[in-house]
Design a protein around this ligand. Sequence first.
Ligand code: ADP
Ligand code: MG
Length: 140
Amino acid sequence: MATERTFSIIKPDATRRNLTGKVNAVLEEAGLRIVAQKRIHMTQAQAEAFYGVHAARPFFRDLVTFMISGPVVVQVLEGENAVARNREVMGATNPANAEPGTIRKLFAESIEANSVHGSDSAENAATEIAYFFAGTDIVG
Ligand code: ADP
Ligand code: MG
């Protein structure tokens, strides 16, 4: 097992309901350490670039509008198999399909407003972390 890092976002539906601390408690309970964190309000250009992989999906426009509808908290999480561990604790994209105790089951409002983003591979994690953080911002 290797210690690795992943990238996480607490989405606008969660910051709007003042759930940052509750989401972070679930992450920490799962053994993930928050080694960098900041609250930002993404620009449209940032959101479009971040979700560029989904540009052809029918929900892309709505997703970008949602992601810039309020502040988000961008984070770097560290731990054993952090990418997979975070995906596990996030739960399924659609909260209706998420396991009990997962962040999305506990907090998500809908398949779109589903409270958190998490990288889906170590390679994407590295790209996504570098998009929002300098190496000197991350203190493990
Ligand atoms: P995940 O966030 O679980 O990795 P995806 O990468 O497939 O899911 O999708 C990115 C984000 O796009 C989702 O977290 C969600 O906010 C939104 N999304 C995904 N599928 C849909 C959908 N069918 N309708 C509306 N929004 C969606
Ligand atoms: Mg994804």
